[in-house]
Design a protein around this ligand. Structure first.
Ligand SMILES: Nc1ncnc2c1ncn2[C@@H]1O[C@H](COP(=O)(O)OP(=O)(O)O)[C@@H](O)[C@H]1O
Ligand SMILES: [Mg+2]
Length: 404
């Protein structure tokens, strides 16, 4: 289709503020393109529509301002936060919604819906109380590092237009006996006085006290302080706990959280969307986004973000000479050895025949020989020949397995 990049840019701009009419017209265009056999352009539009849907889906349909509903004083940027008595280190940091202009992290439908349910509850505290239902005000997010938990928590508070009181766990943990428990109590007293979301990020750090056998009494005090304070806060304000190591959390603390949401590593479709999300202003072809998603099997959103940054750098410094996606992926795999799945890494460095055949056979990639050719900088007959040669070899010697 002529001028498709322009049309694509137009659609993307329109979808940044999607109205039903905008969606409908883009859907029409997608169907028309598909009918005319331009499946590639159609799938680009389909992808855009899914992204728009995902990002709007995670937001509650109508956020009733929670301001009126949570009782307490209003936090200001100059409100003094409590400090550790011995070191004067602040126990928390204030983050106001205007400071976090973050877009929603991308998740699969199940997680998006769960997040929306929590937000809907939190933005309807009053109507729920009126019918005698207590909203769940404590939420634990757990999962691998880099899956978007912190970003999700910041974004949720911004959706509710509430400031975040971000606990400094390192500041809370004191080497003075009894001080950690007192710091926790002071922090919660402060949180309960104001309208805010209390964020306990990476709060498994308390558990490190446990490594020290001398600290048995202290860890008990700390856990008790946490339990008591979580209990008393439950009816007052909203709390989000985050941990990368749920197994380190005391099980009683773990149980205190009414909502326990596991933030998973992204699946293939979500990886495509995350790659797309971080790509602008570079306009990467759909095949590249899919290839990046294939390559980052088992990786986190943060890792995909890093790879996309590498991709953009390669695009920016190509000085006339075309940089191939495969070279970029190989470079990334070499410099980020631990971040890439071993099988993927092996494949990306294997012979053309093996790699091309794997790409051709991968259902999720759904690549044609032309697609692979474009990615590899070869024409489609060369790709076909590479695959064929491999098949002949494996027929002959029987040493190459059928699945490369
Ligand atoms: N699901 C996701 N969607 C979009 N971006 C993500 C996602 N997961 C991670 N990221 C990116 O990685 C960065 C780090 O994520 P972060 O929220 O700090 O992870 P965690 O707190 O789980 O370790 C985020 O700021 C975001 O840019
Ligand atoms: Mg984090």
């Amino acid at each position: 289709m002529d001028h498709f990049p322009i049309i694509q840019a137009l659609c993307r701009a329109a979808l940044s503020q999607p109205s039903p009419a905008v969606r409908k017209q883009i859907e029409r265009l997608r169907d028309a393109l598909k009918e005319k056999g331009d499946t590639k352009a159609a799938s680009v539009l389909a992808g855009m529509l899914t992204t728009a849907e995902r990002t709007s889906e995670i937001s509650p349909s109508r956020i009733v301002q929670s301001r009126a509903q949570l009782s307490g004083e209003t936090l200001r940027p100059n409100t003094p936060v409590p400090v550790d008595r011995e070191t004067s280190a602040p126990l928390a940091q204030l983050i106001f919604p205007s400071e976090t202009r973050l877009s929603a992290p991308l998740f699969n439908d199940t997680v998006s819906k769960a997040v929306r349910a929590v937000l809907e509850e939190w933005s309807n505290l009053e109507p729920l109380a009126e019918v005698g239902v207590q909203a769940a005000k404590t939420c634990l997010l757990y999962g691998a590092p880099g899956t978007g938990k912190t970003r999700l928590a910041l974004w949720m508070a911004a959706q509710l237009e509430l400031p975040i009181l971000l606990a400094r766990i390192d500041g809370l943990v004191s080497s003075f006996l009894g001080t950690t428990a007192r710091n926790i109590a002071n922090l919660f007293t402060f949180a309960n006085r104001y309208r805010c979301v209390l964020l306990l990020d990476e709060f498994d750090a308390f558990a490190k006290l446990r490594d020290d056998p001398q600290e048995v009494g202290e860890i008990k005090r700390v856990v008790n302080a946490l339990l008591q304070n979580l209990d008393s806060r439950r009816d007052v304000g909203l709390t989000i706990g985050i941990t990368n190591h749920p197994q380190l959390l005391d099980s009683a603390v773990w149980r205190r959280f009414e909502v326990q949401l596991e933030v998973p590593k992204p699946d293939f479709d979500v990886r495509v969307e995350i790659a797309r999300h971080f790509m602008p202003p570079v306009n990467a072809p759909e095949t590249h986004l899919r290839m990046i998603a294939w390559f980052t099997d088992g990786a986190t959103g943060a890792e995909i973000e890093t790879l996309v940054r590498t991709y953009k750098k390669a695009m920016a410094v190509q000085n006339g000479e075309e940089r191939l996606l495969l070279d970029t992926l190989r470079q990334f795999a070499t410099l980020n050895s631990g971040r890439i799945d071993a099988t993927r890494k092996e494949l990306i460095f294997s012979s053309n025949g093996v790699l091309f055949r794997t790409m051709k056979e991968d259902q999720q990639l759904g690549f044609s020989l032309e697609d692979i050719g474009r990615i590899a900088g070869k024409d489609k007959s060369t790709i076909a020949r590479n695959i064929k040669t491999l098949e002949k070899e494996s027929d002959g010697s029987g040493t190459v397995s059928a699945h490369g």
